[in-house]
Design a protein around this ligand. Structure first.
Ligand code: ADP
Ligand code: MG
Ligand code: ZN
Length: 597
């Protein structure tokens, strides 16, 4: 770790400049003028026929000066003179023409190399510091986040997100009055990490926390560090924390933290060292200040899975707030918020717009309204009407098909049944967690919806029954589709993969099949959960392989039958939950559990 403080001399830039200067000086002299000694000059003037022209530059102050001689073959020579008077006499005696210029001592040309060098030094500095510190060398390494902003945004500017706002309320209170928290001995997280897909309002939320608390907001983006040279990123982080300490209470916001805090030793790209140094510096800084200083570090990312686990340790980013895509109610309030300063015609029903925009983020919705406004202006209308919204819908919907696809009613319904199928089993089976959230809002990763269990146990060993329950819960989605729709869909492929993997592990690895017993058929010792290919397993007899197959099948069939029975027995829950999901798009574990009464 580098402990140098403040100004750090950019050795790299200096070396580069010196090398360039050397190269330039060499080429310039070499091609246009050659420096020679006084003896060389003597020799030259001995053969006047070779000389084209002679220029003597005499110093105003004394007898010294220099001579520049151009020869017939195009080469020029220069030498300094101790006595210009003696030299011109000699030229006269040889009958060589010459001109004399009196120099006042200062000639720009003499200083040109130094000026060029200085300019180049500054240019390189500018490039290295991303353009902000150009010229002001003493500012080198100062963070771009130096100037904190005061934001006017408040929680009222964030629509929906009731839960997220609630989770951040204590941070706001703490920043408003850190002292009372410290006196009470209450521990407040140092770091809060906001996790969610792009455009869901993470930056907005962080700013709103600062605005609501009325504290300065320092922000920097992880991607800023990526193009930097070694040492610069770390220096910036240090400067930013230093500045923040002076302005506490305040918020430091690190956007796109995944760019620096990627799991160490992974990923491609050259600036590895730099990223690690920056990350280390960040961790050192976070460990270095105490909660009583009133600084909250907030960070945002859309990829929590690739983050270095070190940043999530206690005393660092120990609070995680998940910011998900808005549900239908949240979408309506986002639309309302962003249409406040727009003139909407009477035929625009924002509720209806919200219903047709499943999967849109806050940013998408804002964009939708903006496109509608543009369309209204283009049509020279006084108000935005439903046709403008429809136009914008087509524009944004098609333009971003991948990220926020418009979901058809049919797909929504299938997803609702599918997810409820999982949820019923999660709820009924004691060895898999109760349901936490069911959602039919498409995720960024391409899933149409999800059911999130909340395991209430934290056991090390997984029992045989637990594995069976996991298989049953995974089958629930497909079973619900079978029971309700006439046909099944391709939506269950991940579930099927999971079921197969569990069943194979039970038979081949965990000795949970009576017919095979405690034999490990898993040659390479790798985890079957991770997708083991049975075809590679060559050291067993054909009988053994077919026994494995039949045992795996028996397990899967047994679980399937049991799971189907349970869902059939709760068909009315299936219907009720599906209806609720279609209405709200996202329901909590409690809401779901209430359907069983
Ligand atoms: P992220 O940082 O998660 O990528 P931003 O905070 O930059 O998203 O959001 C981009 C824009 O989308 C915001 O400036 C705001 O206009 C709009 N937006 C997103 N979510 C909301 C929300 N919940 N309420 C109001 N506006 C939102
Ligand atoms: Mg952002
Ligand atoms: Zn599923």
């Amino acid at each position: 770790m580098n402990d140098q403080r403040g100004f750090r001399f950019p050795w790299f830039a200096l070396i580069l400049v010196v090398l360039l200067y050397g190269f330039m000086a060499f080429t310039m002299r070499g091609s246009s003028e050659e420096a020679i000694t006084a003896q060389g000059i003597e020799q030259l003037v001995e053969s006047p026929e070779k000389i084209d022209s002679v220029l003597v530059i005499a110093s105003e102050a004394n007898a010294t000066g220099s001579v520049h001689i151009k020869t017939g073959n195009g080469i020029s020579y220069t030498a300094s003179l101790a006595d210009t008077g003696a030299f011109t006499e000699k030229l006269d005696s040889k009958n060589i023409d010459y001109s004399v210029r009196v120099s006042s001592g200062f000639r720009l040309g003499d200083y040109m190399p130094y000026i060029v060098m200085l300019i180049m030094f500054m240019v390189i500095l500018r490039v290295m510091t991303g353009g902000k510190a150009g010229g002001q060398m003493m500012n080198f390494g100062k963070s771009r986040a130096r100037l904190a902003i005061r934001t006017e945004l408040t929680m009222n500017d964030v629509a929906g997100m009731a839960e997220e706002k609630g989770e951040l309320q204590e941070i706001v209170e703490f920043l408003r009055n850190p002292k009372s928290f410290v006196e009470m001995g209450a521990r407040i997280p140092k770091g809060v990490i906001l996790v969610g897909p792009p455009g869901t309002g993470k930056t907005l939320l962080a700013k709103a926390v600062a605005g609501e608390a009325g504290v300065p907001f320092f922000s920097i983006s992880g991607s800023d560090f990526v193009e930097m040279y070694v040492g610069v990123g770390a220096a910036r982080v240090r400067d930013m924390f230093e500045e923040a300490k002076k302005n506490a209470p305040c918020i430091i916001f690190i956007d796109e933290i995944d760019a620096v805090a990627r799991r160490r030793g992974t990923g491609l790209g050259g600036s590895h060292d730099e990223r690690e140094q920056t990350l280390n510096q960040m961790l050192v800084e976070m460990d270095g200040f105490s909660q009583s200083q009133g600084i909250i570090v907030m960070a945002a990312t859309n990829r929590v899975d690739i983050l270095d686990p070190a940043i999530m340790r206690p005393g660092r980013f120990d609070r995680k707030v998940v910011v998900s895509k808005p549900d239908v109610a949240a979408r309506e309030s986002i639309l309302k918020l962003h249409s406040k300063n727009k003139h909407l015609a009477g035929d625009v029903d924002l509720k209806r717009v919200a219903q047709t925009t499943a999967g849109y983020t806050g940013a998408d919705l804002e964009n939708l309204l903006n496109e509608a406004a543009i369309s209204a202006v283009m049509e020279k209308k006084a108000q935005i009407d439903q046709t403008d919204i429809n136009d914008a819908f087509i524009k944004t919907g098609i333009g971003k098909e991948k990220r926020s696809k418009v979901i058809s009613e049919r797909d929504k319904k299938i997803t609702a049944y599918h997810e409820t199928g999982h949820a019923i089993l999660f709820h009924l089976l004691e060895d898999v967690g109760p349901v936490h959230i069911i959602s039919i809002i498409p995720t960024g990763e391409g899933a149409a919806g999800y059911t999130m269990p909340l395991p209430d146990k934290d056991d090390t060993f997984i029992t045989k029954q637990q594995l069976k329950h996991m298989m049953m819960a995974a089958m629930g989605g497909r079973i619900a589709e079978e029971l309700i729709c006439e046909d099944v869909t391709t939506g269950a492929s991940q579930d099927i993969k999971q079921v197969t993997n569990i069943a194979r592990s039970m038979v081949m690895q965990y000795g949970m099949s009576d017919k095979i017993g405690m034999i490990n058929c898993n040659e390479e010792g790798d985890d079957v959960f991770l997708g083991y290919d049975i075809a590679h397993n060559k050291s067993y007899s054909d009988e053994m392989l077919s026994l494995i197959d039949s045992e795996v099948r028996a397990l899967v069939d047994e679980c399937y039958r049991a799971a189907k029975e349970m869902i059939i027995a709760h068909k009315e829950v299936l219907e009720k939950s599906c209806a609720l999901l279609l209405e709200k798009e996202k329901i909590t574990g409690e809401e779901f559990a209430a359907l069983f009464n």
